[in-house]
Design a protein around this ligand. Structure first.
Ligand code: GLY
Length: 285
């Protein structure tokens, strides 16, 4: 069985990022364990402002940035929900897993926990996220005269705003020495209310890792949560070709943005109903 790491830059991400992600996969794979590798891959992508995770995370409708991240192995899980002003939410998610009796911390509690561990205050916004936010608010407040309220009917707003498609969750799955791990990080699916929680930090929805494989999702979190998507895929591993399993589940989303990456004992697969940049590194084949 070869060792492998497979990563993605989000459903809707431009395929021009593929070369960059191949480099990130190789750089993170060298760390030696599936857990170390997926966390390192996601940390690297969080630091790249091209992706909607860590630095470059999109703003909520109130202008704040709240981020979600999670890591999972067959034995454990750590997750942060709506954490603010940290550079690498994935490192805090791992700390939740390894340094607390809990599996999930949210909001102020997650941010305070990060500070106690020495993660400094950090502003993840970039000129691009500022510009996106300015445009979104201008469109909501100005152009749509029929908008009933800026805090409802977000799907309609998303169409009106032409919310950019090249920004979503980043994720990684790895199989190293026969062990699986999955990690994911996101600034969320814009437009969204402060406090909104997507699929990424929810085990079974945005990620799953077990003895037979690892799965990570990207796309519109609400729809992914409704389907418990990653656990649903995981349960089917071995029943059919991995690629076919992913395609079947993605078809059920119709036009709703979604993407999946997955590894089993003998396969890797990545599919999306939009463009999705991916990269991988494989050793010992
Ligand atoms: N898939 C990221 C989110 O919906 O928050």
């Amino acid at each position: 069985m070869s060792d492998i790491i497979l990563i993605h830059g989000g459903a809707g991400s431009d395929s021009s990022y593929t070369e960059r992600l191949m480099g990130y996969a190789k750089a993170s794979f060298m760390r030696g364990s599936a857990l170390d590798s997926v966390v390192e891959a996601v940390r690297i992508m969080e630091d790249d402002p091209a992706f909607n995770a860590g630095t470059g995370s999109v703003k909520r409708l109130d202008g704040s940035i709240q981020m979600d991240a999670a890591v999972m192995t067959p034995d454990s899980i750590g997750s942060v929900v709506n954490i603010e002003r940290v550079r690498n939410p994935i490192l805090v998610a791992r700390a939740v897993m390894e340094k607390t009796p809990h599996v999930m911390l949210s909001g102020d509690g997650a941010t305070e926990f990060a500070r106690r561990l020495g993660f400094p205050d950090y502003d993840p916004s970039t000129p691009r996220t500022e510009e996106l936010y300015r445009k979104a608010i201008a469109a909501i407040m100005g152009k749509d005269k029929n908008a009933p309220d800026k805090y409802i009917n977000y799907r309609r707003f998303a169409e009106i705003l032409g919310i950019p498609k090249n920004k979503d969750t980043v994720g990684a799955v790895a199989r190293i020495n026969g062990k699986f791990a999955a990690a994911v990080s996101t600034g969320g699916s814009s437009p969204m209310m402060r406090g909104r929680v997507g699929d990424s930090p929810i085990p079974g929805a945005g990620l799953y890792a077990g003895e037979r494989g690892a799965v990570v999702a990207t796309g519109i979190g609400e729809e992914i949560i409704k389907r418990t998507l990653c656990y649903r895929v995981y349960q089917q591993i071995g029943s059919d070709d991995l690629s076919s399993i992913l395609m079947r589940e993605i078809e059920k989303f119709g036009n709703t943005l979604v993407g999946l990456i997955a590894l089993s004992d003998d396969s890797m697969a990545a599919h999306s109903n939009s463009s999705m940049a991916t990269g991988y590194a494989e050793f010992g084949k």
